[in-house]
Design a binder for this molecule. Structure first.
Ligand code: MTE
Ligand code: MO
Length: 317
């Protein structure tokens, strides 16, 4: 089953140092020694000798304060204001939960959430996140690579994309009951299969070391750190492997503003605003917002640029 290919960054490039140390998988600390990664069958050359953190891993940044991570959210099923998801999600009951994995796979299966976490574990991943609205956060997620689930499913030859579907529960989600602004429900998203298989692509079940709160996408959501935040579909009920590019909610809503790829690209402005810089949530003050320049692929170019070789990222934005 090798219908897809993807570059395999060293595990030490994609995982914060603390993860390795805390998992006690460090076999030898010397430069050039090998690391054994506990949760996979791979070994990786230690990325020793590079200044400032792991090679290729963006310079360590301070996580955004937990209050901002859990109270400044986009989750239109609960409303369009940033405070709505935290305030209006009280009726949402994420448990019990299961995720249906189907489509062009050898082993379609409906996974109870507990089985997913039991089988694939929970790693810590500190990811820089960048919303299409030109704000950013640094978020300590807990979860497992989407690739693990896809490998268990076994994509068939000819499979090229992965489609995701969010939960549809108007009785628990006020934003799904209409209102002035509404996306088409359920919220849907998609990735190319190689993007979905990339080791940075995470299914998150927790944040800040605790189960995801409703507003962050309980109980399981996608995290793709080199793409604009809207690719990170929340409260996933279904993952479908397919040979067609799947529809995506924001692209259906406004195709000239939100493309399928949604790669963070400071050189391609949104039609209504610049993407050249971003507001750093949780920093600055009432009188001065903290801004910084936006990086290509949100700083993950070293890990993911290969996926887009030969593509015109202005056309496929
Ligand atoms: N189902 C669903 N998923 C969603 C959204 C949404 O409205 N509904 N908003 C997206 C957008 S625009 C962003 S920026 C991120 C925000 O994730 P966070 O609130 O955990 O930071 O979730 C994404 N996933
Ligand atoms: Mo967003």
């Amino acid at each position: 089953m090798e219908a897809y290919r993807y570059p395999q960054p060293m595990a030490s490039e994609i995982t914060p140092r603390s993860y390795f140390l805390s998992r006690r998988t460090l076999i030898a600390g010397a430069a050039g020694s090998m690391l054994a990664v506990g949760h996979t069958d791979q070994t990786a050359q230690a990325a020793a000798g590079h200044a400032g953190g792991e090679a290729g891993w963006p310079a360590p940044e301070k996580p955004t304060p937990r209050n901002d991570v859990t109270q400044y959210n986009n989750f239109y099923e609960f409303g369009t204001d940033k405070s709505d998801p935290a305030e209006l999600s009280g009726a949402f009951k994420p448990l019990p939960w299961s995720v249906q994995v189907d489509g062009m796979v050898d082993n379609p299966r409906t996974w109870p959430l507990e089985d997913l976490t039991r089988q694939f574990g929970q790693e810590d991943r500190l990811y820089r996140m960048r919303c299409v609205e030109a704000w950013s956060m640094v978020i300590p997620w807990n979860g497992f690579p989407l690739a693990a689930v896809l490998k268990a499913a076994g994509p068939k030859i000819g499979a090229r994309y992965v489609a995701f579907t969010s939960v549809f529960r108007p009785s628990e989600m006020p934003g799904q009951r209409g209102g002035l602004f509404a996306l088409k429900w359920p919220y849907v998203e998609g990735l190319r299969l190689d993007e979905a298989m990339h080791p940075l692509t995470l299914l998150a079940t927790g944040v800040y070391g605790e189960a995801l709160p409703a507003q962050n996408g309980a109980p399981i959501r996608l995290v793709v750190p080199w793409k604009y935040g809207f690719k990170g579909i929340k409260s996933i009920t279904r993952i479908t492997v397919t040979d067609r590019q799947p529809p995506t909610s924001w692209n259906l809503m406004a195709p000239e503003e939100y493309g399928f790829y949604a790669n963070v690209n400071p050189a391609v402005d949104h039609p209504r605003w610049s993407q050249g810089s971003e507001q750093v949530i949780g920093e600055g003050s009432l009188f001065r917002t903290a801004r910084k320049p936006t990086q290509l692929f949100n700083g993950y170019a070293e890990q993911v640029a290969d996926l887009y070789q030969g593509m015109d990222l202005r056309k496929d934005f």
